[in-house]
Design a protein around this ligand. Structure first.
Ligand SMILES: Nc1ncnc2c1ncn2[C@@H]1O[C@H](COP(=O)(O)OP(=O)(O)OP(=O)(O)O)[C@@H](O)[C@H]1O
Ligand SMILES: [Mg+2]
Length: 367
């Protein structure tokens, strides 16, 4: 059973108030009532009683119905307000409706009161639902704007990094090569030529390795050709070679190709979580697992390092100081998945991303 309706009566005549209560009861409306007949009392009860509807007489001694309407609108704009009064004349009735009263009902025709109250309540509920929907939409827009701002910032940062590597590493290699080739032209004997040629070959080998690393970082070719498991395995092997942390990779053998949106999201999340673990965790062991069941692909990146305060990191991400942890969430969301980060200072971190499976449609590129 629903709670009784809270009705506030602005009425100086006790007998009239009783008639109003009776009319609502007769109409099957279960209600509790309070009655006020002065401005301070109305002001007080609006807050304390929190009525769901206000029924007000039009003229009271020392206080007017219009003043009551104005007060209710100011203090509690969402509460519907209905005049219940003696004959007030057409002009004043119109004026009252223009000022925001939902309805007016004549005391001589209280049979209209029940339906008027019901309509007012429906109206208020619709308005509340609309306000809620608008607020949710506004929040979604704000989130969207923040997301695209962050994505643009991340893209610019990536480009700056790429430009720097191209300029510093690859550019310098070519400059060195050019110098060596000029010396080679001026070489006095074949022994010197041979040394210069060896130097050139070494420079080219190193530059090739640089370019290969750059392109792997931009987009690992295995991902498109052989899929997530293979790309992730070779990424993990590459990362393991560069340090002393033990990194284990395990994938359920039945994992097949997935929708490209999921493969790239999962790969990037693993990449960021692994980089974070290597960079921040001071762990001696990191495990990366890919698990699959009938409807979900799960990625787990777990380290036994020092852990961190996830809430704090998220707040920092919102202020734009770091990007990775927030980026994980967004990557997952864009592919229809979720990410959960469990971390406690002193006891390691576990990042779990889950993706509901979509049928793989190769060639349909979502990135
Ligand atoms: N596995 C982890 N172990 C310990 N601390 C972590 C781990 N992952 C993240 N952190 C902490 O959370 C912070 C935020 O991580 P996040 O990836 O957002 O930023 P970042 O790695 O510092 O920078 P970037 O934007 O380049 O990723 C890190 O600075 C670090 O303090
Ligand atoms: Mg990071």
């Amino acid at each position: 059973m629903a709670e009784p309706l809270r009705v506030l009566l602005v009425e100086d005549m006790v007998t009239d108030a009783e008639l109003v209560m009776h009319a609502l009861k007769r109409d099957g409306i279960d209600a509790i009532f309070e009655r006020v007949d002065s401005e301070p009392a109305l002001n007080d009860r609006i807050g304390a009683f929190a009525p769901q509807v206000v029924l007000s007489d039009f003229s009271l001694p020392g206080f007017s119905g219009m003043a009551a309407l104005e007060l209710v609108h100011r203090v509690s704009p969402q509460t519907p307000f209905i005049f219940v009064s003696g004959t007030i004349g057409e002009e004043r009735a119109i004026e009252s409706l223009k000022s925001g009263a939902i309805d007016y009902v004549l005391k001589t025709n209280l049979a209209r009161l029940g339906p008027a109250v019901r309509r007012a309540l429906e109206h208020a509920a619709e308005r509340a639902a609309r306000t809620r929907a608008e607020e949710e939409l506004a929040q979604a827009h704000q989130r969207q704007r923040m997301l695209s701002r962050r994505l643009i910032r991340a893209q610019e940062r990536e480009r700056a990094e790429l430009a720097r590597e191209l300029h510093d590493e690859v550019g310098q290699a070519f400059t060195a090569l050019k110098i060596q080739l000029e010396m080679l032209r001026r070489a006095k004997d074949s022994a010197e030529s041979a040394t210069r040629i060896d130097d050139c070959a070494e420079i080219v080998r190193a530059a090739l390795a640089q370019v290969r690393n750059l392109s792997l970082g931009l987009r690992p070719p295995q991902l498109d050709e052989f899929g997530l498991v293979s790309a992730l395995r070779s990424h993990v092997e590459r990362m393991a070679r560069t340090g002393t942390t033990e990194i284990a990779f395990e994938a359920d053998p039945q994992i097949a190709r997935q929708h490209p949106d999921i493969e790239i999201a999962c790969f990037r999340i693993a990449q960021e979580a692994l980089t974070n673990a290597l960079r921040h965790a001071q762990a001696d062991r990191i495990r990366i697992m890919l698990r699959i069941n009938a409807d979900t692909l799960a990625l787990i990146v777990k380290d036994n390092g020092r852990g961190f305060d996830v809430r704090l990191a998220n707040e920092q991400a919102l202020r734009g100081t770091s990007m990775g942890v927030a980026g994980l969430q967004e990557r997952a969301l864009l592919a229809g998945g979720t990410v959960r980060i469990d971390s406690e200072v002193g006891s390691g971190t576990e990042v779990v991303a889950r993706f509901p499976l979509k049928p793989p449609t190769r060639g349909q590129s979502g990135h």
